[in-house]
Design a protein around this ligand. Structure first.
Ligand code: ADP
Ligand code: MG
Length: 624
């Protein structure tokens, strides 16, 4: 084979590699990071290709007609194609991302792409039906004075430059708080909302950006193949992109690039050299899909995580010592000097040994204002009144123990307070503002953070990443800032935040686990991570739902101390717990719920003789 053949061959490979690399990176944003298995994706590529041609080639010979039939310069058409894909992504995303997840999301996106496919192939006035659109030959060659022979090399460089630009943007995005937040949605949406993330908006932004990148790839593809019609694509092509991502490593940019190299360049090209089988023209193209399927199966069997695992923030031991000014304000000794509302008068049951410094330093103030007020809160599930006219108040700077038998409605009440469920009636007032109609992320942003009865860590993120993400910073997490902001990749999270996360890791004794995936921790360690996340978030009010469930006594002691440290720094705490000695120790007031309503409230001591409390607990494990 001649040198010319090889140079042409290399140009083909790199051009196609760059184009499909861009598409695969767009899909990786949607699936690898945000976790949405999107089947509409090839529709965005196709729309980008169609739009590019109808925006550049003018009208074809009658009776054929193109929807726009404009003759824009190619770069403008690229922009138009990218925007068109983004708009289609926005429409599909607005519908499919609202409430649908998993397979339901995939089915809706599959429906969406088939609508496009059928429209494009059947509705002639759009893209001329089965004939498709054609005639985009060597765009920009005239303007730039590039000869016919040099054009392929020029276009390869053009594609590679755009590819490099996309990689650069996505590397930034990957290491940014935005990128981390996206992954937290993939790992656990409810926890993400509990820490202030707007699930729908984040997912929508990622989806539209991914679709736009798909459209851009389509635009390049159109210029490369000069024509586009329904026989050139089908929604199934997305599967080839998925294979590339799976083989290379979901969520890893380098992995996706390698995946494209393997799937598109090696597998696809290897079948190109096979001799045609006379009389069976479809055998070789079919072999291509079969080979891809085979590679996929082998990978899923032997290396399911792909070639490269997702990149991580790393906790570097040499950099452990945080700067003094970035040390947590509420470290234990500092806590003693923080002004605290009068805990002594509201907490006759508190053992003096528990927080001696606080009690000693606290000046006797009149009863503190209420940070949270529940009035007549109700929630029915069908015939079950889970919460039924629940009312209580929580004074600022105190610990409230929320107790009651199983099924009393404690967890549901927490869901209502934190916006995870909508109440039927009643009001929740937080710092004087009614919050019962706000979504969870907005309540969280007001400074109210809750945990869940079963730990909700982000299992596929490291302990360090879990803690870093607990701090919601709106201006640091915008998409634009994350794409263009200073620093590349793993330096785009503020140093001060990293230092603070490290200090908290130390404080909670999680140093050895800092780089471990949170999903690999034991139940007790996950609880500690939850506490560490709360420390990072610095809320005004913390609601803990059975934090000591399944936790050993040593860890339990640590949690009791952590709660005391939170209170010492001025934070208010509500804690649901069945461990009554623990409640007696930490709580200033206790609220007892049974059958959805509050049956008693007051200092722990006052409840010992309360008959309704004893009745509610009768048969339960404890005599109060
Ligand atoms: P607790 O946390 O005090 O143990 P819950 O708030 O979990 O109690 O539950 C209160 C009652 O509401 C229980 O009878 C429970 O079965 C019911 N319940 C809770 N969540 C739901 C739901 N999503 N659908 C139907 N019933 C529910
Ligand atoms: Mg519960």
């Amino acid at each position: 084979m001649t040198l010319q053949f090889w140079s042409q061959y290399i140009i083909t490979i790199f051009t196609e590699g760059a184009i499909f690399g861009i598409a695969a990176l767009g899909l990786n944003l949607i699936w690898g990071w945000a976790g949405d298995f999107d089947l509409a994706f090839y529709g965005y590529v196709a729309l980008g290709a169609y739009m590019t041609i109808v925006l550049t080639v003018g009208q074809p010979i009658a009776p054929a007609q193109y929807i726009f039939g404009l003759q824009l310069p190619y770069p403008l058409a690229m922009l138009g194609a990218t925007l068109a894909a983004a708009v289609m992504g926005l429409v599909v995303g607005l519908i499919a991302l609202r409430n649908l997840r998993g397979i339901y999301f995939s089915i809706v996106t599959l429906g969406a792409v088939y609508v496009l496919y059928v429209l494009a192939s059947q509705y002639v006035p759009l893209f001329d039906g089965y004939n498709g659109v054609f005639g985009l030959i060597n765009p920009m060659a005239d303007v730039l004075g590039i000869s016919f022979n040099d054009y392929p090399a020029f276009f390869m460089v053009f594609c590679l430059v755009i590819f490099a630009g996309i990689v650069l943007i996505l590397v930034r995005l990957s290491g940014s708080k935005f990128g981390l937040a996206l992954r937290s949605l993939r790992e656990d949406e409810r926890a993400a909302a509990a820490f202030g993330r707007n699930i729908y908006m984040l997912k929508l932004k990622a989806y539209v950006l991914g679709a736009a990148i798909g459209g851009l790839a389509g635009s390049l593809f159109a210029a490369y193949v000069t024509a586009f019609n329904p026989s050139a694509w089908s929604p199934i092509e997305a599967i080839v992109l998925y294979s590339a991502i799976l083989v290379g490593g979901k969520g890893n940019i380098r992995g996706v690039i390698f995946g494209v190299v393997i799937i598109f360049m090696v597998v696809q090209e290897s079948t190109r050299f096979l001799p045609d089988i006379p009389g069976h023209p479809s055998v070789i193209p079919s072999l291509r899909l079969i080979t891809i399927g085979l590679v996929l199966v082998l990978f899923l069997f032997f290396r399911p995580q792909g070639l490269f695992p997702e990149r991580r923030y790393h906790y570097h031991l040499p950099h452990v010592q945080p700067e003094p000014e970035t040390a947590p304000p509420a470290a234990t000794e500092a806590a003693a000097t923080v002004a605290v509302p009068d805990v002594a008068t509201t907490a006759p049951a508190m053992a003096p040994a528990a927080v001696p410094a606080v009690v000693a330093n606290a000046a006797p103030i009149e009863s503190p204002p209420d940070i949270l007020v529940l009035e007549g809160l109700s929630k029915h599930f069908g015939g079950v009144a889970a919460v039924d006219g629940c009312s209580f108040r929580v004074p600022k700077g105190t610990v409230t123990g929320l107790i009651g038998p199983n099924g009393a409605g404690k967890s549901t009440a927490i869901d209502l307070i934190s916006g995870f469920k909508r109440s039927d009636t009643g009001t929740v007032t937080f710092e004087g503002t009614e919050i019962q109609n706000l979504p969870p992320h907005e309540i969280s942003r007001l400074g109210l953070i809750r945990t869940f009865q079963t730990p909700r860590e982000w299992p596929g993120l490291t302990v360090l990443e879990n803690i870093l993400l607990a701090k919601f910073e709106p201006d640091q997490e915008t998409l634009l800032r994350s794409m263009l902001g200073p620093g590349i990749g793993h330096h785009s999270v503020a140093e001060a935040d990293l230092a603070r996360a490290r200090a908290i890791i130390e404080e909670f004794g999680l140093t050895k686990l800092a780089n471990e995936l949170a999903g690999n921790l034991s139940g007790g360690q996950k609880r500690l991570v939850e506490f560490a996340r709360i420390r990072m978030a610095e809320p005004k009010l913390i609601i803990l739902d059975e934090p000591m469930g399944g936790v050993n006594p040593v860890l339990g002691e640590r949690m009791a101390r952590a709660i005391e440290a939170f209170v010492a720094s001025g934070t208010t705490v509500i804690v649901v717990e069945h461990n009554l000695p623990f409640i007696e120790r930490v709580a200033h007031q206790v609220v007892v719920m049974a059958q959805g309503a509050v049956i008693a409230a007051g200092p722990f001591e006052s409840l010992r003789s309360n008959q309704s409390v004893i009745d509610a607990y009768l048969g339960d494990e404890v005599t109060v």
